[in-house]
Design a protein around this ligand. Structure first.
Ligand code: CA
Ligand code: CA
Length: 591
């Protein structure tokens, strides 16, 4: 036995383990500082603000063509689909989740497995949109993630053994967790999936060390929030005011607004930013009103879960335009001032720039080629100006049968879906993974039944163009203009990263990891990983070399829900691996 500086005696075996892995405990400071420490990636978003921007420039437009695979690691088993994860790296160890609620620790130098954890999932899980997991959180000696049966699991970072497991919600009612949790001030913050099953969305905080619940904040108006202290639940305000104000009758009781994509955190305003999904059911004629806080962005106090402000992108949504997309904090420099701004690219086809201190609308603009359901946004409030006849018809007008079908663009899978965009502090542009598609959509009658789909709608998705669906766009938040675009045959479904080396990385369902010139959009690099890339790339340095990693494994919502679009991708093979690349030392330009 030895004694460490805190006077705690450590067994020799534990010490050996710590030495062999070399991964130190992750502190709050490490997480808050993540964007400024290129030697590790300890937050989802490469910084809690979610910019996905790296200051690294060893790898750049001149030498990215020499980027080479260093290793690839298979997630194994027959569970080969939907690898939407973002890896984490700390002290030479990679922590990465895979589909079906699996987590791996891997030696980041060699690609050798250190441990694997498979959550034991019940038969009755109900993930709407594939068995995905988007990433883990790291805190202290723990690797924490959410499961498809709506639990949070904390694993020991050195052994992969569970330290605590907490039920967040009832999977039999349709709840699941697919997003990476967020860590703020020692608390694990999570949302929930399940908006297609009439669940009630919520954001919750848990003590990272013990797994005890700290607060809960429902995201449907009328539901009470609570703070938990000494085993007691203390009421913390009804979300949005009284029940039934923006919802008719009892519809708020199963109002959806799932917080399924997780959130970002801005330390400058001490705010969690969470988006909320569609109001339930999809048939909007059953719930006249704004249906707060569905299809909105919420700024939440991380200490007690109270809502500081909200901004609703699609009031009274009728097209499944979930408002979950990440709100990315950035400094907007214009008019001689620096505004604490944040931007988000919505499923509904509009991109919004907000003041992140108070939620005020600064500007909004389309980031897709065509929007049918709205004519534009009110320049003062950002509220959509609805197109007459753009909403699917009311079944009540057709004697309760199928209502009138409309063609709507974007399709319900969105101008942008879950895949995170990136913001470059160098070019001051956002790099937005988007898709051009439309849908036929109609409404039907439906009533709530626990654990059953609660839609009251039918739909078919179609490509908007013959030769491409995906478009990676560079968007200028000052002008709303598209600076460049890259068109991809299949829909884009992977996250984006940008670097000070003037590079933008993303993946394609065709299997490629690609790199583009951040200023011009010129494609500079492609490498086929053997299956569709729907994960989110990261970059970091190790022993003085710059690395890039991305998960590979086709899947997600498109092959399940894509209608005509699913035909475009039907021959893509599923997979499950993580690829790691590096630039050979002799290719780094001397400075
Ligand atoms: Ca870092
Ligand atoms: Ca939805």
């Amino acid at each position: 036995m030895r004694t460490n500086k805190f006077g705690i005696r450590i067994a020799a075996s534990a010490l050996a383990l710590a030495v062999s892995y070399g991964a130190q405990a992750v502190t709050d400071e490490d997480i808050m500082n993540d964007a400024n420490t290129p030697e590790d990636v300890v937050s989802y978003g490469m910084g809690t603000q979610g910019q996905r921007f790296s200051s690294l420039e060893d790898l750049n437009t001149d030498n990215v063509k020499f980027l080479q695979p260093a290793w690839a690691f298979s997630f194994g088993s027959e569970k080969m689909r939907g690898q939407e994860t973002q890896p984490m790296v700390k002290d030479g160890v990679m922590y990465v989740s895979a589909s079906y609620s699996r987590v791996y620790a891997i030696d980041a130098k060699t690609g050798e497995e250190l441990w694997q954890y498979d959550a034991r999932l019940p038969d009755g899980i109900m993930p709407c949109c594939d068995v995905v997991n988007r990433g883990v959180a790291l805190y202290d000696d723990k690797v924490i993630f959410g499961t498809l049966d709506a639990k949070l699991v904390a694993l020991n970072k050195d052994t992969g053994k569970p330290m605590w497991i907490k039920k967040v919600a009832d999977y039999q009612a349709g709840y699941a967790i697919t997003a990476a949790p967020l860590v703020v001030k020692g608390k694990i913050i999570t949302g929930v999936s399940g908006g297609e099953f009439g669940i009630v969305g919520k954001v919750e905080a848990y003590d990272a060390n013990t797994g005890e619940k700290v607060w809960t904040r429902p995201t449907v108006e009328g539901h009470m929030g609570y703070v938990y202290k000494d085993g007691k639940a203390i009421e913390n305000g009804i979300s949005g005011g009284k029940a039934g104000v923006t919802w008719p009758g009892d519809m708020w009781k199963n109002g959806g607004a799932a917080t399924w994509l997780g959130g970002t955190y801005d330390p400058e305003t001490d705010s969690l930013f969470f988006g909320t999904g569609n109001p339930a059911p999809w048939n909007s004629h059953l719930r006249p009103g704004d249906n707060l806080f569905s299809s909105s962005r919420l700024a939440i106090d991380p200490d007690d879960g109270s809502i500081k402000w909200h901004f609703q992108t699609t009031p009274h949504d009728g097209w499944d335009y979930d408002g979950v997309n990440e709100l990315v904090s950035f400094d907007l420099k214009e008019g001689g001032k620096t505004i604490k701004a944040a931007a988000t690219a919505d499923r509904n086809g509009f991109m919004y720039v907000l003041n992140r201190e108070n939620g005020d609308f600064i500007r909004g603009f389309p980031f897709v080629d065509k929007i049918t359901w709205a004519k534009g946004l009110d320049p003062k409030t950002g509220r959509p100006i609805y197109t007459e006849g753009g909403r699917p018809g009311n079944p009540a007008d057709m004697e309760g049968k199928k209502g009138k079908t409309v063609v709507a663009q974007p399709a319900f899978l969105g101008g942008k879906n879950w895949m995170p965009m990136a913001y470059s502090q160098e070019t001051e542009l956002f790099y937005v993974p988007s898709n051009e598609w439309s849908m036929d959509i109609w409404n039907e009658n439906v009533s709530y039944k626990k654990g059953a789909a609660f839609l009251g709608a039918g739909f078919t998705i179609k490509p908007a163009n013959d030769d491409y669906i995906g478009v990676l766009r560079a968007m200028d938040p000052k002008t709303g203009k598209e600076v460049w675009r890259y068109e991809n045959t299949a829909p884009l479904w992977g996250g984006v990263m940008t670097t000070a080396g003037n590079l933008v990385f993303t993946g394609t369902p065709e299997g490629y990891l690609k790199a583009f010139d951040a200023k011009t959009g010129e494609e500079l690099y492609r490498f086929n990983t053997g299956s569709g890339v729907v994960g989110t790339p990261i970059t970091w340095t190790m022993d003085g070399e710059q690395y890039v990693s991305v998960a590979s494994g086709w899947g997600g919502a498109v092959p399940l829900w894509g209608g005509e679009v699913a035909k475009v991708v039907k021959d893509f093979n599923q997979g499950g691996s993580i690829w790691t690349f590096k630039l050979p030392k002799d290719r780094v330009a001397s400075k």
